[in-house]
Design a protein around this ligand. Structure first.
Ligand SMILES: [Zn+2]
Length: 355
């Protein structure tokens, strides 16, 4: 018989439906005993639902803390007593004189491992709009005291699909190693930079509105930033912005752009334009800037104390690279003869005419 009742309780996944079903069963029982005059098809009354609830609670209390069983210490701690009006086990506690309802002062004790307890928890959880464990616990304690309640509620709410949908966090993957350009110490800022475009912004010129773009240079080591305005999205505009950047911050040894895939703003227009940049021209420009002097380069020789107009033209006839491959001294032929000059006194006019 016990098994049959247990199986019946297990069948239901809603506290309310379980109470309704029990109410109908109790009505059948009364009819069979010929005690009641109600019809089976009459709607269930509130009173019947309350009786059904009482019957279920009594049943699970007897099943879990029946007189023959050893009482768990978590139950004894509550100083439980039996309610004389309905034989339910209630919490003793010290709130007898508190101005709150009797149910809240002496809540009905529920076992922590019973299916019905879980139904009650889910019922309150849904009624409170999928509230968190503490809120559900506080609400349930107005009527029931669940042994080890906090843990059981947490466990039960974990299986709520709706809550899992609402609170799911994306997976966090460990970040990859930083590239060496991000972690090389001891270099001046803006030695290695990343470049990004953002915008467009509308600016006023006379009476018309024009689009302008921001060109963002970030130092990969210090995260410092440098902003330039690019007039259009074409290669020339970028080279101009780059030129201004280098003039202000010094030459960069490494310039990274992710070719528009991750550009701030992510505008299709921007990405398209950037992918169409003439990469060859940009790298040519950069090469020229940091290039070693080569044989055949047309140069101007810097003479201190002489106006620029009078600096002589020359052609490099020999270079002397250092151990690191960088040319710091050259031999240059001018009208006046052949000289050995340091590279910082040489201005490149035209890269090697010979090659
Ligand atoms: Zn939920």
């Amino acid at each position: 018989m016990e098994n049959a009742v247990d199986r019946l309780l297990e069948r239901y996944s809603s506290w309310h439906r379980l109470k309704r079903a029990t109410a109908i069963l109790l009505r059948v029982k009364a009819l069979l005993r010929k005690k009641a005059s109600v019809n089976l098809s009459d709607p269930i009354t509130v009173c019947e639902l309350q009786q059904a609830e009482l019957a279920i609670l009594k049943y699970i209390q007897t099943a879990s803390f029946g007189s023959s069983q050893v009482k768990p210490s978590s139950l004894l701690k509550l100083k439980p007593f039996e309610d004389e009006s309905n034989q339910l086990l209630r919490v003793g506690g010290r709130l007898t004189n508190a101005p709150i309802p009797f149910e809240a002062k002496h809540p009905v004790i529920l076992p922590n491992n019973h299916h019905v307890t879980q139904l009650i928890i889910s019922h309150y959880h849904l009624r409170l709009g999928h509230a968190g464990p503490e809120r559900v616990l506080a609400e349930i304690r107005q009527c029931f005291w669940i042994l080890k309640g906090r843990a059981v509620i947490k466990q039960t709410l974990k299986s709520c699909l709706q809550c899992r949908k609402l609170r799911a966090k994306p997976q966090i993957q460990q970040m990859a190693d930083l590239p060496n350009s991000r972690v090389t110490p001891g270099e001046p800022p803006f030695t290695r930079v990343g470049v990004d475009y953002f915008g467009p912004f509308l600016v006023k010129k006379a009476r018309s509105e024009l689009k302008r773009y921001g060109c963002l240079f970030t130092c990969l080591t210090t995260r410092a930033i440098h902003l330039e305005v690019a007039h259009t999205l074409d290669t020339d505009s970028f080279i101009n912005a780059l030129q201004r950047f280098i003039a202000r911050r010094g030459p960069a040894t490494e310039i990274r752009s992710d070719n528009g895939t991750n550009f701030v703003g992510g505008l299709r227009e921007l990405r398209k334009a950037i992918s169409e940049w003439n990469q060859q021209r940009i790298s040519d420009y950069l090469l020229q800037n940091n290039q070693n002097l080569r044989i055949g380069d047309l140069v101007l020789i810097l003479l201190e104390n002489t106006p620029r107009n009078h600096w002589p033209l020359g052609l490099i006839t020999q270079v002397y690279p250092g151990a690191d491959g960088l040319v710091r001294t050259v031999e240059v032929k001018t009208q006046a003869g052949v000289f050995i000059r340091p590279a910082d006194k040489i201005c490149l006019l035209e890269a090697s005419l010979l090659s």
